[in-house]
Design a protein around this ligand. Sequence first.
Ligand code: HEC
Length: 138
Amino acid sequence: MKRLSVWVAIMVLAAGAAAATAEGPTLRTVMRQLGADLHALVDAIMVGDYEAAARAAGAIADHAHVGAGERARIQKILGPDMKTFKALDTRVHDTAVALRKAARERDTEAVVQRFGELVHGCTECHSGMRDRLRGATR
Ligand code: HEC
């Protein structure tokens, strides 16, 4: 009997862990990580560390995605503007991919240009969408 209850406890824990993974991070958690990655990118560019710059750009390009529940909440708030939200996210992704390539090629000029585009992409979504979504996704 004791053994059985241990198993039940393990299964319940495992199910809980699986649910948490399927749920995924909140938008705010994803954004905090993007902020940290952007810091790392600036540091790498400033010291001329191309490998670190490529890694940071790659982390931005391949950032984690929000879970299904969070996604549904965002969709509900934004309605038809969800398309714009996705397009802005895609643009940041594509710019980060281009930046990673430029860093791998040690092309400082291109790195700096892409960096400007990247920050522009972040702030464009923030000025248009942040107030609508802030707090609502926590
Ligand atoms: C498609 C839209 C979109 C893009 C693109 C975007 N963000 Fe955000 N970001 C948001 C929204 C919405 C919030 C507010 C989330 C909240 O407060 O729940 C946010 C919040 C943040 C925050 C504040 C998190 C906190 O602790 O309150 C940081 C930092 C951040 N973003 C960094 C970035 C960086 C860096 C990029 C570009 C590499 C970026 N974001 C691109 C939509 C976006």
